[in-house]
Each structure stands twice: as C-alpha cells, then as structure tokens.
Design a protein around this ligand. Sequence first.
Ligand SMILES: [Zn+2]
Length: 346
Amino acid sequence: MITLPSSDEMYKALLDKNSQYEGVFIVGVKTTGIFCRPTCSARKPKYKNVEFFSSTKDALTNGYRACKVCRPMKTYQSNPEWLTPLLKLIESQPDKKWKDYELAQLGFSPSRVRRYFKKTHGITFQAYLRMSRINTAFLKIKEGQTVTRSAFEQGYNSLSGFSETFKNMTGFSPGTEGQIITINRIPTPLGPMMIGVTDEGLCLLEFTDRKMIETQLDVLKRRMKSEMITGKHVMIDEISSQLSEYFEGKRKVFDIPLVVPGTEFQQKTWDALIKIPFGVTRSYKQQAGVVGNVKAVRAVARANGENRISIIIPCHRIIGSDGSIVGYGGGVHRKQWLLKHEFENQ
Ligand SMILES: [Zn+2]
C-alpha cells in the first residue's frame, strides 16, 4: 500500500513546483476535471479544489483528464533529477550500506528516498540495495569472475554467507550454469510493469498488480528451465525506451525479439494477435477464424489471457462481438486506456 505525504506537504510542493515530488503524487483539480504533475506551470488551484492521487491511474479512474500543459501521462524515461546523484553514488560504492543520517547529510530526504523506491520498484530502499549488490556480483560471475572474488568484493567475510544471501535473493546458487531470466520493474503511465528478458529476447511484460503474475513467473521458470534474478540488462533498456515511445504515441510497431514458449495453439493465437495493427480491434470470433476454427472462441479467449507479453503481443485489441471492452488481465481500465490511446494516435 502506497502512502502519500500529508495534503499540506503536497499542496506546498504544488505551489513550489517542487520537482522532488515528481512521481510521488498526481493532483486532480475538481473545478476543471484535469489532473497535473506537481511541477505543472499552469496556474495553481485553491487548496479546497484539489484532490491528490498516488498514480495517474487513480486520477483517471476518478474521472479526471490529463493536463495538456504538463502532460502527466508521458512516461518518466529516466529517474527523477533529484535521485540521479544518489543512484550514481550507489553504483560507485556497491558494497556500501546506506544509513538514514548519511543520506540526510548528502541532502537526500530518507523518507522521500524510501517512498520513491516503494512506489517505483515496489520494494524498500534497503532491499533495493541488497538486490543491486547481488546483481553486481551476478554480472561479474557471468563474465567469468570467481564466486570467491565476488563475495570478497561485495564485502562478505565468508563465502557461505555470500552464497546464502545470493541464494535467498535469487533462488539459485552463485555460479549456476543454465539460462537466467533477468527481471525488473519499469514505470509506465499506467503503473509499474514487470519485465523479464533472457539474452534471446523478451519473455515477460505484465502490470505488477496483475493477480496472475506469480503464476506466470512460475510457468516461465518451468517452461524455460531457468532461474531468475532482478537486475539490469541491455534488452530491458531497449524495451523500456520502445515502450516509452509507444506511450507517447510515437511508436506503433515494436522491434524486439520475443521468447514465448507455449503450446502450439497458444503460439498460433499469439502470432495472430501480433498481426493486428495498432489502433485496430478484432472480436474473439474473428480471431478464432484466423486461428483456423471459428468454434474455438473460448480457447482463443483463454490463450489470450495466458499471454505473458502485454501491449507488445496486443491482446488488448480483442473486444467482444458487440464492441464491449471485456476481460483484460491488466484490468479493464487499462484496456480502455490503451485502445483510446491507439485510436487517438493513429
Ligand atoms: Zn498541468
């Protein structure tokens, strides 16, 4: 559960156009029905006319429209400006354990740092630090460094201590041979998404609040005989930049290799989905026809629901025969948003 700062604090940040609150809250203006970023340059509303939300999604579901001045639906491609120096420090000293007073001394508000990580990554700041330490070690071991050397560099006194922490965080022992799926979270205007890649391509892209996500991860691990680790990967950077272009209405086709293990029928259904162009919808019945059996409507709907790569395999472009927007794993409000976005940017 994300907790917002107090209304007074947020209203002050709004008046100050304080960029440190970018991504922390969204403000809805009751009199105009528009929602803004904290830093919007438009005239600021009265206190009694504002309503605060933790995400653009919440503002949308409460009936607000996005402001044309500050464009709150635009993705945050990079980390907020105020956080960049801290991320650099963390990267340059991966074995450092950051204390609140040290953050404060450097001019970072510890509570703001914690809120940011909770909101963007869905984990605590300390867990993020532990994860990046393990990830650094993982990347080096992958490049050929010995496990002992990595343990030493990460500040562990014993190899077994390191191996245990590594195993706790990733589910496998350092130095394990075999396929690894790298997972991470990326922010989007519709909320954070979980992304999973291997060196061969994208294997998972899903909204983090989707109920199926744990199951999806288990299926992937089993199907691909892989272990998972949270961290960085060049493919993740590429996908997030393409997604960002999509959300800005600048990209209609994705150019990313996909890794989609599944049954023959699932493969067929997903292939058929990819062929539906941006901004075009089809009914389940039409899709069943494409797959080769008009009676397979239910099976098609099921395979759609089992799609692990949202947006890029566009299962949101399938609607009911009567035009109704039904059944979307990521939530109907997201499906509505995606279709509207595509119609408007065609
Ligand atoms: Zn605005």
